[in-house]
Structure formats: C-alpha cells, structure tokens
Design a protein around this ligand. Structure first.
Ligand code: FAD
Ligand code: NAP
Length: 339
C-alpha cells in the first residue's frame, strides 16, 4: 500500500486550493480501496474521497486519509439496440462521453465537457443542457463501509433529484462508488429541448437532414468552451450555487416584483429560479475581493484568481448568500461539498 504523507492537494482540486492531507493514497482497484479503508479504520483516521476534485472546496488541512479514486475500465453488454455500459469510478467523465459516441453508444451527448470522474456523476446527478444522468443511469456499484461489502443500487435506489442523490444524504461517506452502469442506445435520439442548445445548433437548409448526436455533442462542447472559464487557467468548480427551488408563493411574489427573473416549474408545484440572475442583480458579477471573485461573464462561477485559501472562498460566498437573502428572501445553497 503506497500511502504518502503530507501531500499538497492543490493538483487534486479544480479550485486550486492548497491544503495538506496528512495521509494520501491513490486506489486503482477494489482491493486497494478495501486496504485503504481498513488502514483508516485501524488508525481512526477520517476518510475523504476525491475524484476529479471539480466539485469540492477544501476549507483547511485534512487531518485524515485522502483517497483518490483511480480505478479504470469500460465494458459494454449489447442486447438488441440497448448498450449497457459499465465504467469504473476513476474513468474521466468527458472521455467516457467521447468514447461512447465513437462506439455508437448514444445518450450522453448533452453531458459532454463536464469535468470530473464517472464515479462522481451520480453524487449530484450531473446535469446540463436539459439532460441529467438520471435519464441514462441503470445502476451504481460500490463498497458499503457500514456493511463492509460490495453492493449494487438500482437507479431508483439512488434517489436522484435536482443536483441531488442518496449519496449526499443517507449514504454520504458510507457508499463508495466503484463503477456505474449506463443504459445507452445504438440508436441516436438527440434531445434538443433546452432552448440555448437549440439556438446554438447550426441552422440546416435541408429540413430532411437528421440531426446527429455528434453535432449535438460538438455544439454543447463549443458553447461550453466559449461560455465557461477553463479551470486550468481560472480555477473554479463550475456553478458555485445551485439554482434555488422555492415555494410557489415566493416565486409569484418575486416574479411580480422582478418580471425578468428566469423561473421554471418543478415537480410538486415549486419553482426553480436562476441563481445566476439573483447574483447578477445583486451586483456581484465580476466583483473581486482579494484573490477571489465572481467571473465577469458567469454570475455563479466563483474563481480563485490568485492562491486564495478555502476560508477566503467561503467568506466571499457567505457575503453573496447574505446579500441575496436580504434582497430577495431566497437562500442560495453552495453546490460543491465543503471539507
Ligand atoms: P469530486 O469533486 O472529486 O467529488 C465531489 C464529491 O463526490 C465529493 O464529496 C467526493 O467525496 C464524492 N465522490 C467522488 N467520487 C466518489 C466515488 N467514487 N464514490 C463516492 N463518493 C465520491 N456539474 C454538473 O452537474 N453539470 C455541469 O454542467 C457541470 N459543469 C462544470 C463545469 C466546470 C468548469 C466545473 C469545474 C465543474 C462542473 N460541474 C458540473 C461540477 C462537477 O464537474 C461535477 O459535479 C462532477 O461530477 C464532479 O466530479 P469529480 O470527480 O470532480 O468529483
Ligand atoms: P444557461 O443556459 O445560461 O442557463 C442558466 C440557468 O438557467 C441554468 O442553470 C439552467 O438550469 C436554467 N435554464 C435555462 N433554460 C432552462 C429551461 N428551459 N428549463 C429549466 N431550466 C433552464 O446556463 P449555462 O450557465 O450556460 O449552463 C448551461 C448548462 O450547463 C446548464 O444546464 C447548467 O446547469 C450546466 N452547467 C452546470 C455547471 C455546474 O457546475 N453545475 C457548470 C456549468 C454549466 P439548469 O442548471 O437546471 O440546467
């Protein structure tokens, strides 16, 4: 077991925060994962699992064992048009999307260019451009620390919701995902319901011409590259705040006062409102405080411009949350997990 001591986690999080892990290990197999868990249990060390590090904020040094997921492998079982694709947790998500497309396994095109690993995709039920992982997830396999065994959960068991799942609730830190299985198709069926995607697609002069899944993926990748700051140059975790889901009463009040507020009905009669609009209206877009700031073009992307500490990032985020609450009576929830 190759356990390292005092490891700087800066290369392991896309927000580029430098904190020290007391113990660090990279696990590339189930056996290695089990050994790492046993090691931490024996020494009573806290465990922190890291995939691509694109959805976490490291508040301070980790007095415990950081386990970096590095299992690889992709396999596919075909049955008629169905393609059941299993990817090990450590597979890079974007590469998995591209590989699937190249194999003619369709269904992931709208989810191209999302950073991070396959194993983390169910954690917040990743979503973009009108598609969520929920629409293709078949099952999730992982090591259950409480049962000390491997088990498989169906997609229903995962309780996937809007940027949410059972892995953020009852199974948080308990169920360590080792692989995910996706139900893809050999027949492309592009989903272009998301208005911004429809608008970005190149206009065809030939109405008979069928829209290809590859074109949808290319378009999403292009728009994302144009709109989103690259975390390698401007360290960030994508959306820092979730779009709030608020009551119908509050949504009506707000829309009456601010007719331009983007809002969408959600199941259960509630409404999703655009966090980016609230942050922008409150005047935070492009604002900087020391090393931290909100990106000038993306109102919910918080950027670490110059070696900020986790505490600086969280203090800045708190100021935005307090301001949005005071102005609009809406609580903004931080999307990434804070350690
Ligand atoms: P990490 O940040 O490493 O981990 C996130 C959480 O999952 C942690 O709590 C960690 O402990 C846990 N975890 C990771 N792997 C495992 C595992 N195998 N088993 C158990 N727990 C695990 N998200 C979207 O939904 N849609 C987007 O369009 C999107 N765009 C983004 C754009 C940018 C530029 C960035 C930086 C981020 C974006 N994100 C988006 C957020 C992020 O990419 C996703 O949430 C992604 O799934 C996180 O994967 P990760 O491997 O980096 O997870
Ligand atoms: P956008 O298209 O400018 O839209 C801004 C927000 O409005 C998004 O958050 C989106 O919600 C919502 N929205 C737009 N049209 C909608 C519709 N018809 N129905 C419901 N909600 C709608 O967003 P963007 O910032 O360029 O991002 C594009 C897509 O990539 C979005 O889906 C976004 O979620 C995703 N993305 C996510 C992250 C992340 O870290 N989580 C980072 C970058 C991009 P949804 O977020 O629910 O889609």
């Amino acid at each position: 077991m190759d356990i390292q001591r005092h490891v700087d986690l800066r290369p392991y999080n896309t927000l580029g925060i430098s904190v020290c892990a007391d113990y660090f290990i990279e696990v590339a197999s189930l056996d290695a994962l089990k050994e790492a868990i046993e090691f931490s249990s024996r020494r009573r060390l806290r465990r922190v699992f890291i995939g691509g590090g694109s959805n976490l904020v490291l508040r301070g040094d980790i007095q415990g064992l950081v386990i970096h997921m590095a299992m690889r492998g992709i396999s596919c079982e075909s049955s008629g048009e169905e393609r059941l694709v299993t990817a090990a947790a450590g597979e890079n998500w974007d590469e998995l999307v591209k590989y699937s497309l190249a194999q003619g396994w369709y269904g992931l095109e709208n989810l191209i260019s999302i950073p991070g690993q396959a194993g983390a995709a169910p954690i917040q039920n990743i979503g973009a451009y009108g598609v969520e992982l929920a629409s293709v997830l078949d099952s999730v396999t992982g090591w259950d620390v409480s049962l000390n065994g491997l088990r498989t959960l169906s997609a229903t068991d995962c309780q996937l919701g809007y940027r949410d799942s059972i892995f953020k609730g009852a199974l948080r830190d308990v169920f360590i995902i080792t692989s995910i299985t996706l139900r893809l198709s050999a027949t492309p069926s592009p989903n272009i319901n998301y208005p911004a995607l429809r608008e970005a697609l190149p206009k065809s002069n030939n109405p008979e011409q069928k829209l290809s899944a590859e074109l949808v993926a290319e378009t999403v990748a292009r728009v994302r590259a144009e709109k989103l700051p690259d975390f390698r140059r401007e360290p960030n975790v994508g959306s820092f705040f979730k779009n709030p889901i608020i009551s119908k009463t509050l949504a009506h009040e707000l829309v009456a006062k601010y007719p331009a507020l983007p809002h969408w009905p959600m199941p259960g009669g509630r409404f999703k409102v655009a966090a980016a609009w609230l942050v922008d209206q409150a005047g935070w877009k492009g604002k900087r405080r020391g090393a931290v700031g909100i990106h000038p073009r993306q109102a919910i992307v918080l950027v670490n411009y110059d070696g900020a500490a986790g505490a600086d990032v969280l203090a800045f985020a708190s100021a935005i949350q307090a301001d949005v609450l005071a102005r609009f009576n809406v609580e903004l929830e931080i999307e990434p997990r804070v350690y």
